[in-house]
Design a protein around this ligand. Sequence first.
Ligand code: NAI
Ligand SMILES: Nc1nc(O)c(N)c(N[C@@H]2O[C@H](COP(=O)(O)O)[C@@H](O)[C@H]2O)n1
Length: 234
Amino acid sequence: MKSLPSPFILINSAMSADGKLSTKERKQVKISGKADFDRVDALRASSDAIMVGIGTMLSDNPSLTVKSEKRRKERTLAGKDENPVRIVADSQAKTPVDADIFKKGSGKKIIVVSKTAPSEKVNALLKNPDTKVIVADPVGSGRVDLTEMAKLLKKEGIEKLMVEGGATLNEGLLAAGLVDEINIFIGNMIIGGKNAPTFADGSGFSENNLLKLELISFEKIEDGILLKWKVKND
Ligand SMILES: NC(=O)C1=CN([C@@H]2O[C@H](COP(=O)(O)OP(=O)(O)OC[C@H]3O[C@@H](n4cnc5c(N)ncnc54)[C@H](O)[C@@H]3O)[C@@H](O)[C@H]2O)C=CC1
Ligand SMILES: Nc1nc(O)c(N)c(N[C@@H]2O[C@H](COP(=O)(O)O)[C@@H](O)[C@H]2O)n1
């Protein structure tokens, strides 16, 4: 069983047929087609928050907004912000102060940092409206403690957290036993390259300690396939 308290955490990723999230230059690739991007948009709209790691922030500068106006309206009619809370796991507060999450779309932003994040960078980030910095580093390791982060995000009222990568954060959350569900869209291309990020990088699991999954569903979408997995955290 997953350790509580934590939001329900779902990782959504798009990968190539050979399991890569992007190129060896860490350049974002359009793996999903129109239909899958629309599915992802609906998933964003149904979530309380969307999170990426600092690696993804620096390489992709994502806006993490809900793209469909209809879905944004539905959220506001339900008394929510247009966009879910946008969160970055960013141990040293390296998120650029002019990142697209601050410029595009309305709604709250949370930067999760460690105790050793430089205060001038933290203060600069806090100048952005609707932005909060949370320190999740109980022992002062200099790295965000993901279990502590989950606990603090739950306290912020986040019940459903959608994680959109990247490779290192995915593995960190999986290794911490925090992930409930994985949605992977496998696109019709090979990216290749031993240094191209895969779905779960980090240090990985050992042979006698592999993380087991249970298949929920599979669905053909355009020229790819969507796999939904439940994570067996016991
Ligand atoms: N195809 C897809 O669906 C997606 C692809 N990507 C791709 O993934 C690549 C980025 O992946 P990565 O470089 O691995 O960066 P990442 O986005 O996974 O961020 C990793 C960073 O998160 C921070 N972090 C803080 N605390 C952590 C902890 N306890 N455990 C793990 N990480 C922690 C660390 O500074 C770490 O270096 C890019 O090339 C991007 O384009 C990213 C998202 C989705
Ligand atoms: N679902 C999906 N399919 C792909 O093909 C992708 N390359 C990604 N990437 C993720 O989407 C983020 C960009 O979000 P915005 O359009 O800027 O809102 C990017 O950072 C990855 O997390 N996802």
